[in-house]
Ligand binder design. Structure first.
Ligand SMILES: [Fe+2]
Length: 440
């Protein structure tokens, strides 16, 4: 079924909005800032600018515009991230050495690709081209979030430890998060207790309604009655775990987590530093620069690995939710929250007056919530055909699922079925936790 003209026009509007959001985000950054790659997981922001354009050029323009002339043939291998079916690519750690091509050339590349997409959409392309553009939009949003977390790490690593932007508003300061309460769930229907459907079966005709292949297909799962915390775990609550020597008690930790924490010398979340002048004894680096922990104590704790989130839950006498418990609850909650568009750039304290006491707070936005679920394919999962099959499927080992988006996730990118995944030792994303327990 071909898309009609108004739909291609609205797709072009969405494409342009997402491309502009990236450029808006980099506005406070200097060309030198854009070059920094401060940890193995991160990439220079300049590379993100090029790679997202590469994605559109490789998977859309080169395939759907007859006799397409690439901006620069070398860019096809230079800005490939991990798609081995397309050939060789530079080692990831070399991305910081890309002083050439210049930033001006990268910006011209973006412009060239933008014009190509506009031209293609003007020609009423086939449905598959439109699906690829939608995928490219989602891909660009993922890289915008990565640019935010990568520049945060870059600035933290810089001896001057500059702020990305302005001074923080006193969000955490005057707000006291409400006490955490338990919300009870007994999933299922009469005749089918405990059985719920999760995931997505895409409608091939609804091109603009998007889900990644790893969210498919929709399928039943069994959930025992469970309880979920009404809000995220706060910095103050995590400090209590630290004060009870949580980082140094092996009985609280998974074996691999203990070994990692010992090897890395973890005694606090990433971006926390001891500070004897701060009342709470710590300060925290944010995209707004340093803040005293006491000003953030009611805000959700973030930059935790899965191992720290899991150890905290065990110390607390509870556990992390499974990804399907989380999804079952999130499917009943509107997908709004403290996301990128709110421009806070940091998780915010839960409000003391919930709009609906029966619904959990902070489900979407603030921090990605570690779950106890490993990242695997759903029953009947099929990766996309061709090189795009490498997008998600090949990472289905040794990674854990996170749900819900963060304060730097674009709002139009997140949904209840969305599955983020990282290695359990990962800390540089805005990752935190929400507690769960057995029994309604
Ligand atoms: Fe990518």
């Amino acid at each position: 079924m071909l898309m009609h003209q108004p739909q291609t026009a609205s797709l072009l509007t969405r494409f342009r909005a997402v491309r502009s959001a990236t450029m808006h985000f980099i506005a406070p950054l200097s060309p030198e800032d854009l070059m920094v790659q401060s940890c193995p997981e991160a990439s220079p922001v300049k590379w993100h600018l090029a790679h997202t354009s590469w994605f559109f050029e490789t998977f859309v323009l080169s395939e759907f515009i007859a006799a397409y002339k690439p901006f620069n043939p070398d860019f096809r291998w230079l800005f490939n991230s991990y798609y081995k079916a397309l050939g060789e690519m530079p080692e990831k750690k070399l991305r910081a050495s890309f002083s050439r091509p210049s930033l001006d050339q990268i910006l011209a590349y973006r412009e060239y690709v933008d014009q190509g997409i506009a031209r293609l959409l003007d020609q009423t392309p086939e449905d598959e081209a439109l699906r690829r553009i939608v995928l490219g939009i989602q891909h660009e949003q993922q890289h915008l979030e990565l640019a935010a977390t990568d520049i945060k790490h870059a600035f933290f690593t810089n001896p001057l430890q500059p702020a990305y932007t302005g001074t923080p508003e006193a969000h955490g300061r005057t707000v006291i998060a409400p006490p955490m309460s338990w919300l009870s769930y007994a999933p299922g229907f009469p005749g089918r207790p405990g059985v719920v459907d999760v995931g997505v079966t895409p409608d091939p005709a609804a091109i603009e309604s998007f889900a990644f292949d790893n969210e498919t297909p929709r399928h039943p799962v069994y959930l025992s009655p469970f309880r979920l915390a009404s809000r995220l775990t706060t910095c103050a609550e995590f400090l209590a775990f630290m004060d009870e020597d949580g980082y140094n008690r092996p009985e609280l930790w998974l074996s691999e987590g203990w070994d990692t924490a010992q090897r890395e010398g973890w005694q606090a979340p990433l971006y926390w530093r001891r500070d004897s002048t701060a009342r709470a004894g710590w300060r925290v680096f944010t995209l707004h620069g340093w803040q005293a922990l006491e000003d953030l104590s009611e805000s959700p704790v973030c930059h935790l690995s899965f191992f720290e989130a899991d150890a905290f839950a065990r110390w607390n006498g509870n556990r992390l939710p499974t990804e399907f418990e989380w999804e079952f609850v999130a499917a009943q909650v509107p997908a709004h929250g403290n996301l990128l568009e709110s421009a806070t750039l940091h998780p915010q304290a839960a409000t003391s007056i919930p709009t609906d006491a029966a619904q959990p707070q902070q489900i979407f936005g603030d921090v990605w919530e570690w779950t106890s679920s490993p990242y695997t394919g759903y029953p009947g999962y099929k990766a996309l055909p061709g090189a795009l099959g490498e997008y998600n499927g090949k990472f289905m080992s040794s990674q854990m699922i996170l749900r819900g988006g963060s304060c730097v996730t674009p709002e139009s990118h997140i949904r209840a079925t969305y599955r983020n995944f990282f290695h359990p030792a990962t800390r540089w994303q805005f990752s935190g936790l929400r507690l769960a327990r057995d029994g309604a």
